[in-house]
Design a protein around this ligand. Sequence first.
Ligand code: RNT
Ligand code: ZN
Length: 425
Amino acid sequence: MYPTLKDQQIESSFKNAQEVYAQYGVDVAAALDRLAKIPVSLHCWQGDDVGGYENIASSDGGGIQATGNYPGKARTADELRQDAEKALSLIPGKHRFNLHAMYAETGGKKVERDELQPEHFSAWIDWAKSLGLGMDFNPTCFAHPMADAGLTLSSYDEGVRNFWVRHCIACRKIGAAMGKALGTPTVTNIWIPDGMKDIPVDRKAPRAFLRESLDAVLAEPIDPKHHLDAVESKLFGIGSESYVVGSHEFYLAYAAQRKGTLLTLDAGHFHPTEGIADKISSILLFVDELLLHVSRGVRWDSDHVVILSDELRATAEEIVRHDAINRVHIGLDFFDASINRIAAWVTGTRAMIKALLIALVEPTDLLRAAERGGDFTSRLALLEEIKTLPFGAVWDYYCLKQGTPAGTAWINAVKQYEQDVLSKR
Ligand code: RNT
Ligand code: ZN
């Protein structure tokens, strides 16, 4: 068993920490109130290795692949909900759940992706409602025979393009129904795997088709009270090493010219040393809202479990320092099948929330004053010193107040669940 802190221990460390932060002019209680209002969208696909429950024979996973075979993965939507619920119980705050179209429940009937309806997601919506969660959504433009040739919305084949256009339109309607039912807008994010393994001759034609297809998908306006659209770029994937149709430049330009369309920045979709933090302030000058797919790229894999890295902290700082919490939707996107999947969800989500908390208790006014006054000596020295302020005590207290385990106690809970539930699958 890993250590479980006593409530009284947590409370007294917090009191001390609060006093320390107050000396830097930081109101910790106010920061915690703000933190409690920031939802993080948990992606369903960590729970079953991006499998879905459609039972389609397809040779192509779209260049995204979960590696590992840790026992106990969710085999049905019910199991996935049960696991997600367990994960959510170990994560402080009120959050969201992000579903892919391939998690439709059709009652054993074959329903083509371009014929999916809100009713195929009613169990998910009811579940989200019962837990007070908002939902987000994604068309699934991979793992399907119509995607096996490598191009979907950008295909040279009009029939293929139209199939995926119809699928994306169906998904927007489903997303809108979710948003309406849950009283908070659903972000429906379009990511397509389209690309080429080897050097293309014509880089333009598929991009022109993609533009046309997106215009067709997004033609019908939907009330932003219920629904928002997002488009996600990528630099390369497995099997699309030489060319990705939906590149960053493509979607950045697309979102900038199409008012109301969100741009999705996936942290693993850029050059290996390129981060997303520095992009946020630029893009928000030209695009109203962003969706983040918080992830962790490691060499060729874009989807390792999120940890409290410098990059993650920088991303949270950018959102908080620019007061952009209402313009940046925070979603997660990682999948690891080599460790307990619930632990993966909890580790990544807690890391994201910790990063936000660190940013919220930053003495930003002090730092800004040094910077604006040209005192770069103090700016650097301060930035280093505040790294070791007693943030951990504030985090533990936040967990306690939100009714979730502080410190390592949640690991024990996951181990117990593994024994009681996962090992029996
Ligand atoms: C793939 C994209 C995309 C997917 C999910 C499953 O590289 O990041 O967001 O991970 O849609
Ligand atoms: Zn992503």
